[in-house]
Structures are given as C-alpha cells and as structure tokens.
Ligand binder design. Sequence first.
Ligand SMILES: *Cc1c(COP(=O)(O)O)cnc(C)c1O
Length: 433
Amino acid sequence: MRYRSTGRKAALTSLRGAVLRGLAPDGGLYLPVEIARRSPEELEEFRRLPFTEVCFRVVRPFATPDVPEEVLWQIVAEAINFPVKLVSLSPGLHILELFHGPTLAFKDFGARFMARLMGYFVRGETRPLTVLVATSGDTGSAVAHGFLGVPGIRVVILYPSKRISEAQEKQFTTLGENITALEVAGSFDDCQRLVKQAFSDMELNKRTFLTSANSINIGRLLPQMFYHLAAYRQLPVASVPLVVSVPSGNFGNLTAGLFAKRIGLPVAMYVASTNANDVVPEYLRSGEFRPRPATQTFSNAMDVGNPNNFPRLLDLCRGRIEYVKREIWGHAASDDETLEEMKSLHERFGYIADPHTAVGVLGWEAYKREHSDPAQGLVLATAHPAKFADVVERAIGTAPQLPDRLAAYLKLEKLSRPMSSDYDDFKQFLLAQ
Ligand SMILES: *Cc1c(COP(=O)(O)O)cnc(C)c1O
C-alpha cells in the first residue's frame, strides 16, 4: 500500500515512511491511496475466524509489502492481547467496551500496535529512535505501556509536575526499562513547547533520531479498525440498521470507523458525540468548521478545540459536507447531561459508565429521538469508569473499584527525573543519553 497526504502536495510514501514521519512534509495527514471493499463472503468469514486472524486479514493490505506476513502476524498477536467486550443493555442498545487493555482506555489499541510497527521499522538502525511525548495524563500511559520493552526505541515522556493525579502519574513513571518520565517544573503547555522546540532544533535532529507518537500517526489509526470488526462479530445478524456512536475529541476513532465502513462494515450512520467542545457537530449543522480553544469538561480526554483528524474525515467524504452528512450525524452533550446520563444508566441497567461513554450514549439517544426508522445503537465505551472515579462518584454516589492492575502501580516507586522548563536543560538531557 502507498500512502498519500491529505495536503495533496507531498509525494506518495510507504507505510514505513508514513509511520516514521507522522505528519506529511506538506503538513497534511497520511491516508492509504485506496481502501478495498471486502466481499460479503469474506465479511461473513470475519464472524467465524479467531479475532487475531481477522485483525491480521484486515490490516494486511495496508502493511504489504513493507511488513512481511509473519512479522505482521506477530505484531497483531502481541498488540491485541486483551478482549473487546460487547454488553447489550437492551435489544436496541449495545456498549462495546474497549477499555480492557493495560491502561484501561481504547488508546491501548493504537499505541500498542504502532509501537511494535515502529520497532520493526527501526530494526538495524544504529541509533536508537527516541519517541517524545508531552502528556497531561492519559496519552502518556498508553504510549509508555505500548512501547515498554520494544527494542531499539526509547520513550521520553514530559509531564507537568503536581498537575496530574497520582493514579495517572504512577502508571507511566514506575515502568523503568526504555521509558523515562521527566517531571517538568511547569505546565502542560511548557511540556508541549519543549517537545516542539526539540523537533525544530536542526542540530539536535542531526545528532539524535527523534519522532513523535501523537494521534495523527496512521500507525495508530489502522488498528482502530479492529474493534469495529469486533462489534460486527458479536452483534446478532444485523437485520436492523446499525448506528455507531463514537465519543470524539480528535476524531481518530471515528475516522477508523469510516475505514471499517469502506471495507464493507454495514453501518447506517456514525454519530459524532462530543462534549461542549462541539466544533464538528457545529460544522454538520452550519457547514462551517470553526476551531477554537478547548473548554474543560468532565470527559476531559475529549476536550479538543481543533480536532486534528478532521482533514482525514473530510477527505474520506470527498471533501464535501453533503457527503459527510450522509455518514455522520452530530450531537454535543453538556456536563450536566453527562452526569444525569451516568446516573440514569446506573439506575436503569445497573451499568457504570465513565463520562466519555455517557456522552456516547447521549449521542445515540438524541439520534433515536430525531429519527423514527428502526435502528440499533452501538456505543463505543472508551475508558474504564475507575479512571474517572471522582466524576462517577458524583453521578452515582459511589466510586467504582480500581482494577487490581491499576491499584498495583500505586504501590510502586516513582522513577521520574526532575526537569526545569528551560529548553537548554532538556536538550542537554537528550544529547547525554
Ligand atoms: C482519546 C479519547 C477519546 C477521543 O478519541 P478521538 O480518537 O481523539 O476522537 C474518547 N474517550 C477517551 C477515554 C479517550 O481517551
């Protein structure tokens, strides 16, 4: 497969080029030049084959010829080593739990797969690849766990001192091995500034081999097709049209859903479910895409004011709003509605949802109210409720129990190195490695 840029000015490249670069040289995002539709027979087979086999078959055309089949098989098997659970709350409402990976959020799919893919692409390099990540909490842990123990790669995570919860901090500062956490005396913006400055520092880039692991990397999107397929495997035969509600921030998850639909997954409509950061629902209503600074909400992993995957989404819909509207319907929920929904899901079904998942359920319910045709709803559950224990407690009165594997990190010793917010100190640290 070759990859093209949504900017349309950069040369085509291989998967290796697209993954190691991240962003195309023209500032666009990489997309596969074609997404082949699978035959109905093959889709039917996807319901019966073991899940690893299905993931492998789905991703194979995107990775050929860059990654030999036996290597790809190993990457898939190692990366996707946790279940995707479908919970049916009623005949018309299903929840797809994507949070059973090591860091209890759906980002484990993308991070674990991309880490192994990058590890393969840098084999034989004499210099180790350094992955730089600035985090305000959750991305850091998914990326750290994804890359843990991958040969030839080291990860440097920058996070703002004293501004993240202990549970978040312990998840990525206790790992050791090839993961270094820098506790920066400053804000998240300082962390991002240090990383940006490092990427634009010519001298540093001559002497070290740097890359980023942010959410625009195509290597993180491809494996996100897998769980859309997982839902298809577990749902009863879809005689009733399927509407998939995706709690969205940067819109990587929804973009991967469109990939899955292009392959042939029968989805009648995607719902772009957001919190108060409603740039995309607003675009669907008014036709104008107006990015703006993010506002803080309970579903903070979706506090995004300029969704970075939007150019991909638009490109996949031929660049025209009429086509976008045929496939995506938008809904934004407030924090009050989110709390109410968490409470109501608990009362009606005994189901404890995290705030992101609740935003997804609200999107589906709004869709259902405005469309009378028969449909069944599938809501992607993006985080384990224990990751947002304070919001859950506020909604339902009790805090969910921390799963053992998360609780275990709290007992470990923090290994982070203190770092000033001065660029020269950071640069000296990178050069001394
Ligand atoms: C990252 C994240 C999202 C948003 O996913 P996008 O692909 O950025 O739209 C939703 N929920 C949770 C819990 C997340 O961590």
